[in-house]
Design a protein around this ligand. Structure first.
Ligand SMILES: Cc1ncc(COP(=O)(O)O)c(C=O)c1O
Length: 235
């Protein structure tokens, strides 16, 4: 059923893209987004949070206090559907560190999509950009002792990968029983199961308990408190 719906969804998506291409007479469908919206503002407002489940929250809460619909972003500024402009001081949850609509980034992404849109480096294959990017990142952190780079799809994926590799490290070193993780009070480590298990902030952890990982000791968040708690035996 799910597969059937996915196929239906992907074929109607493909039809939409084909229609957009025909209308523009141009392969560059991205240009179209600027001039023609797929649905009008009333549709977007009426359907806001109705079908989209927002992370770490109850869908009912999102319906009662609908999220702001951001329609444009340029440099440090974002604009919502009603034309209100504001400075995005968190940089789109910290991943827009070079500003929105940065031309060099847009051009690089666009060029890459034409050269090689995607290829996996999972088993037995790799691709030029992954080799080049790992070389550059490794050089940036060589002084800190970095020898290899592991690419992930985001912060939560990174945290879960780190937790997993830490376990593997101790197992290879002959200490497979070293499985506990220590997490800082108020810390946030993402939405995946491992990261959510070590979230120090209750709001991002309690609903998903019992912990996915072994045992956790939540320490206070200042170095002195951490030291004091380290010295205090806990069960
Ligand atoms: C310390 C830390 N870990 C993990 C995450 C989760 O990252 P993502 O939202 O990309 O999954 C965040 C995101 O804010 C973070 O600040």
């Amino acid at each position: 059923m799910v597969t059937h719906n996915l196929i239906k969804l992907s074929s109607s998506f493909a039809e939409t893209i084909d229609k957009m291409k025909r209308e523009t007479n141009n392969d560059n469908v991205l240009n179209l987004r600027r001039t023609k919206k797929m649905k009008d503002d009333n549709f977007l407002k009426a359907n806001n949070a109705k079908h989209l489940w927002h992370p770490m929250g109850h869908p009912k809460d999102s319906l009662e206090a609908p999220p702001k619909i951001i329609t444009q972003a340029e440099g440090v500024k974002i604009t919502d559907i009603d034309g209100h402009q504001t400075v995005d001081a968190v940089g789109g949850l910290w991943c827009v560190n070079l500003g929105y609509s940065n031309n060099r980034i847009k051009e690089a992404i666009s060029k890459q999509l034409y050269d090689l849109p995607y290829y996996s480096s999972f088993a037995g294959t790799t691709n030029p950009m992954a080799i080049e990017a790992s070389y550059m990142v490794r050089n940036l952190f060589a002084e800190d002792g970095m020898s290899r780079v592991f690419f992930t799809s985001g912060g939560s994926d990174s945290v879960d990968t780190c937790l997993r590799l830490a376990r593997q490290y101790h197992r290879i070193k002959g200490e497979p029983t070293r499985t506990k993780f220590i997490s800082l009070k108020k810390g946030y480590h993402g939405t995946h199961f491992g990261g959510a298990s070590v979230n120090g902030n209750n709001r991002f952890r309690i609903n998903y308990e019992p912990y996915y990982l072994a045992v956790f000791i939540f320490l206070a968040h200042t170095p002195i408190e951490i030291l004091l708690m380290k010295l205090t035996p806990r069960n």
